[in-house]
Design a protein around this ligand. Structure first.
Ligand code: M6R
Length: 613
């Protein structure tokens, strides 16, 4: 988590850095800071709170300089306060450093530095690195880049850093390991950032550093890239395809609402070039190129976290139903530490919007070391997971800025559905007639999502009724059980209301004790083979005076007599139901959170990319 940004060029650095921080605020927002090189001087300003507070703090202060680095923090070591905010100084205050990641062995290094006369101001692991770099530089009388190389050779953990030295306004140094870092290449100006969003306004040319690489960035010459071990590297310049408008709210009050409403388009984008115009073919190049791996797989293991894990659960249902391959879905964070049994013919699918989730990256590493073939489903092009997998499919929804994942989730489902159909056809585990019927229906999903979005106003009214609630229960069965969990996650992360998602039939094994007249229960009861069973579960809630909000298929007259509130959605195939049932749940969470005046796009304690374990 944390966002880092750096600029060196001919313009004033401060406005570029502040704007960059606003773009990166989704990565952390509990404190922010900036260091500016101004001739022989270096000015550092930092404050607890949001970027706007930093900007206000800097008003009437000297923010001149054409080189600088800036940071927005998601606290790991040390509470969010002014002192723990980045940048951090070295002992002499000649070196300023910003960091995204965790230095795991910081205690040992800190003790050693204290014994050697260093004085620490903050509780952070980051300050240790700033101090270590200077200590090594002075001790060996070497240049800053060499000191950074030696220091990074001593640290264990993850980092994306940018370093600046007083009296050297002509140079920034950046390095990364297991945390993302992009270098923007302009005309006589360069940018450093955790992702491309602060860069894209100025240039669409970027270089992505690899692990343990360091870039020495000057104003007027191409960056020099070397490894920690001092091997020179050449990195390809990549042309970005995102536009600035994708990073703006486009008239919506929040990114989350924009992203919810974007879904008809993003689902079409996800299918574009993969499903042909006649709906007779679905081709995912990653699957086509590795079809033997998938067709011969004895088992598929899906690795993911959070919302992506929920997508993985639906992937399990799809792949098992259509491809007849046993699937296990694992939290990456558990998988990586539990010595799992792996076989070389296992196929691993790693799902991640950001492509930077630390636990998923580590789980991928483990699977690769065990000889498995790893396929990634990522949204962020060029992300670490996209680069560390053997093959994969992008979800192509553009940048997702709201911390609560919405459009990336539905595109993950769409990708898993297309993958399942591709593999099933290849394996002949699906009849041609069913394949074609499903593909046509998949193609109709964006229009159906559009129809659901028209109910926004009535869902908003419904949200107003339930803001009193301190707890929610979500129930679903079959394909909709993971959606019950996803609905609950969406609600808790942005409204801070406690919510649980259960398979509807499990309710009577414990959670039913929670039901009383105060308890809202969101039940997904669409027209499928589980319908009657879910109705029975709803009756059990009703008998205990629970308040029922039912998500049903259009024209379900019966439910109107049973549930307190009904949200209708168009009918679809059971297996594609999640692509529709999740939409009203996203809107319900959004409107409840707005009514409660929550910071929807930047909920407390959360960050968009979880780049620490
Ligand atoms: O970028 P990833 O998909 O790997 O992120 C995984 C989770 O951190 C993420 O889905 C998180 O749960 C979201 N805030 C959910 O809305």
């Amino acid at each position: 988590m944390c966002g880092i940004v750096g600029y060196i060029g001919c313009r004033d650095a401060f406005p570029i850095l502040i704007k960059g921080l606003y773009h990166l605020e989704y990565r952390g927002y509990d404190s922010a800071g900036v260091a500016l090189a101004n001739g022989g001087e270096m000015n550092i300003y930092k404050t607890k709170g949001r970027v706007s507070e930093l900007e206000a703090f800097c008003k009437n202060r000297d923010v001149s300089g054409t080189a600088g680095i800036a940071h927005t923090r998601w606290a790991t070591h040390g509470e969010p306060n002014n002192i723990n905010a980045h940048p951090h100084y070295s002992e002499s205050k000649n070196i300023a450093l910003i960091h995204n990641g965790i230095i795991e062995n910081y205690v040992v290094i800190k003790d050693r530095l204290i014994q050697n006369g260093c004085h620490f101001q903050s509780d952070t692991d980051t300050e240790v690195l700033a101090q270590l770099i200077e200590y090594i530089k002075e001790l060996n009388n070497i240049d800053l880049c060499a000191a950074v190389q030696l220091a990074l050779g001593q640290v264990i953990g993850a980092y994306a850093i940018a370093v600046m030295e007083k009296g050297r306004p002509d140079r920034l140094i950046a390095a990364r390991k297991s945390s993302p870092l992009a270098l923007g290449v302009g005309e006589d100006e360069f940018f450093i950032a955790s992702d491309a969003s602060p860069i894209i306004e100025y240039t669409n040319k970027v270089i992505y550093l690899e692990d343990e690489e360091i870039a020495v960035v000057y104003r007027h010459e191409a960056p020099k890239i070397v490894t920690i071990g001092n091997i020179e590297k050449t990195r390809e310049i990549i042309q970005l395809e995102i536009s600035l408008s994708q990073l703006e709210k486009g008239g919506y009050p929040h990114f989350m609402l924009k992203e919810i409403f974007d879904q008809p388009r993003t689902l079409r984008d996800c299918m574009r070039g993969r499903i042909d115009a006649d709906c007779k073919q679905v081709v995912l190049s990653g699957i086509r190129d590795h079809k033997e791996r998938f067709c011969n797989a004895k088992r598929i293991i899906i690795l993911a976290c959070g919302t992506s894990w929920h997508a993985g659960l639906i992937g399990e249902y799809l792949l098992e139903e259509f491809c007849r391959i046993p699937v296990e879905v694992e939290y990456s964070s558990e998988f990586r530490y539990r010595n799992p049994v792996m076989y070389p013919d296992d196929v691993v699918i790693a799902i991640s919007q950001s492509g930077e989730t630390a636990d998923t990256l580590a789980a991928i590493d483990l699977a690769r070391r065990a000889g498995a073939f790893v396929y990634g489903i990522c949204n962020v092009v060029g992300s670490s997971i996209a680069r560390n997998t053997h093959s994969g499919s992008y979800t192509h929804v553009g940048p997702e800025i709201g911390v609560a994942s919405t459009k990336a989730f539905t595109a993950q489902l769409m990708t898993l559905a297309m993958m399942s159909l591709c593999i099933a056809r290849e394996k002949k585990t699906i009849s041609e007639e069913r394949f074609l019927r499903l593909l046509e229906e998949l193609n109709r999903i964006p229009d159906k999502v559009e129809r659901i979005l028209r109910a926004d106003e009535s869902i908003k009214n419904l949200a107003g009724i339930f803001t009193y609630a301190h707890n929610f229960i979500y129930l679903g069965r079959g394909y909709n059980y993971p959606i019950a969990m996803e609905g609950a996650l969406k609600l808790k992360e942005i409204s801070y209301i406690h919510a649980e998602g259960y398979p509807a039939a499990e309710m009577k094994h414990g959670p039913i004790a929670l039901i009383d007249s105060e308890m809202p229960v969101v039940a997904i009861a669409t027209d499928n083979e589980m319908y009657e069973k879910v109705i029975s579960n709803i009756q059990e809630v009703k008998a205990r005076n629970g308040r029922i909000i039912a998500i049903v298929s259009e024209n379900d007259a019966a439910m109107k007599d049973i549930a307190d509130y009904v949200i209708e959605i168009p009918a679809t195939e059971d297996c594609f139901d999640p692509l529709l049932t999740v939409i009203p749940l996203q809107l319900l969470s959004y409107h409840i959170a707005v009514t409660k005046r929550r910071d929807v796009d930047r909920p407390r304690n959360l960050a968009k990319s979880v780049t620490v374990e």
